[in-house]
Write a protein that binds this ligand. Structure first.
Ligand SMILES: Cc1cc2nc3c(=O)[nH]c(=O)nc-3n(C[C@H](O)[C@H](O)[C@H](O)COP(=O)(O)OP(=O)(O)OC[C@H]3O[C@@H](n4cnc5c(N)ncnc54)[C@H](O)[C@@H]3O)c2cc1C
Length: 373
């Protein structure tokens, strides 16, 4: 599938390419900690000053209000220019929290938070998963008890990405006493500097602390920070996760196309026939992923199974590409650092955002019509 563009689209592409060429930072972004958060804030600020903030957000909320076709072009140019990965400390703010506030938040919540997200003044993290509530998110137990005009929150979240330097968290908690499963939950804005919050970073396989456990010990959150009606958090959370199915991950998906070309360039002096065939297959798969992305983004409506098919294909392809990189580079991969780091990080792709097994369950039930679990 090819993207058919108009002359106006191509003018837009030229402007995006020129701005990115002049503004993408030359240095590699720091991988963790305050330095990574500062880098992200500075990059968001630069995008805003250049008129490229919130390209998928409506204009009335400070975004660019671009139609899907232009968003695709932006991300094609973005990865081509090797701009900072979209999966950094800005991901939740730009792709989850902001769009959720736009869809479900009060006017006060929008007026306070949305400008701070676009300017890089507020980074967000996600607090959904718990030690016993990941795939089965509705079994979460972190509790918020109404006390006057506040909720008093106690419990624990885990795997909260970039929470160590985030300013706010989209926090899903159980607020209706005695409720079970997806009933009685609330989606709340949690100020990460509130007294009673402890963030304990977790080191991953690649030796980097991207995510953390977050503990809540009598944390007081104003009821005015509940997004949507109290106890209606499951609906709001599904709105949040719905944004992942469309535009949120396209930068990552296109990035794989750039990485396979980089790998082919590295392999060229050393490739034998078997390696060349493997790389050619991977290039074809990256093209297939790009076509799936075009199809999903340009087609309405997007269903959960569209998101699952793309997420699964992306995750497994990323693992295949970085495994091939290890075979191309051999021990040299350890000297370079970047490829071996990405190889180790890619293991988490079939866990984050819903595991491969869960995506296969969704595809089996909703696309293939197999019996429910
Ligand atoms: C890099 C990374 C970043 C993350 N960032 C965040 C974040 O910012 N915020 C956040 O809230 N969470 C985050 N997560 C958590 C992520 O959403 C969960 O890890 C994921 O949903 C799986 O949950 P779990 O780890 O509890 O595994 P479990 O749900 O306990 O699953 C364990 C195993 O059982 C399998 N399994 C479970 N149920 C079924 C079933 N019904 N059928 C078949 N197999 C099943 C799973 O596939 C898996 O192999 C992140 C995870 C990773 C890896």
């Amino acid at each position: 599938m090819q993207l058919t563009t108009t002359p106006e689209d191509e003018t837009f592409r030229t402007a995006a390419r020129a701005w990115l060429a002049a503004n993408v930072p030359g240095e590699r972004p720091p991988r963790e900690g305050k330095a990574a958060a500062d880098f992200t804030r500075a990059w968001l600020r630069r995008c805003q000053q250049g008129g490229w903030a919130g390209i998928a957000w409506p204009r009335q909320y400070g975004g660019q209000g671009l139609p899907p076709q232009r968003i695709l072009i932006w991300y094609e140019e973005y990865v081509r220019a090797r701009a900072p990965s979209v999966l950094d400390g800005s991901f939740v703010a730009l792709n989850h929290a902001g769009p959720t506030l736009i869809a479900c938040g009060s006017e006060d919540q929008k007026a306070f938070h949305l400008p701070k997200i676009l300017s890089g003044d507020a980074l967000w993290c996600q607090g959904f998963s718990e030690p016993d509530a990941g795939s089965d998110l509705a079994s979460l137990r972190t509790q918020g008890v109404v006390d006057g005009d506040h909720l008093v929150v106690n419990g624990q979240k885990i795997w909260s990405s970039y929470s160590d330097h985030a300013d706010y968290q989209e926090l899903l908690i159980r607020t209706e006493p005695g409720s079970r499963h997806h009933k009685g939950l609330s989606w709340v804005i949690c100020d990460m500097r509130a007294p009673g919050i402890t963030v304990r970073p977790i080191r991953n396989l690649a030796g980097v602390s991207h995510f953390a456990e977050v503990f809540y010990d009598d944390v007081r959150i104003p009821l005015s920070s509940v997004v949507g009606p109290l106890h209606d958090g499951w609906r709001v959370a599904m709105t949040t996760l719905g944004f992942e199915r469309k535009t949120a991950a396209m930068g990552l998906q296109f990035e794989l196309g750039v990485r396979i070309e980089d790998l082919i360039a590295l392999a060229r002096p050393r490739a034998g026939t078997a390696l060349a065939e493997r790389l050619a297959d991977l290039r074809a798969e990256a093209a297939a992923l790009r076509a799936m992305t075009y199809r999903t983004v340009l087609r309405e409506p997007v269903t959960p199974s569209d998101g699952s098919m793309m997420r699964l294909y992306f995750a497994e392809l990323a693992q295949r590409i970085f495994a091939a990189a290890m075979d191309v580079l051999g021990p040299e991969a350890l000297l370079d650092g970047a490829w071996s780091h990405d190889y180790l990080e890619a293991y988490s792709e079939t866990i984050a955002g819903g595991t491969a097994e869960i995506q296969r369950n969704i595809i089996a039930e909703r696309v293939l019509g197999l019996p429910r679990e």
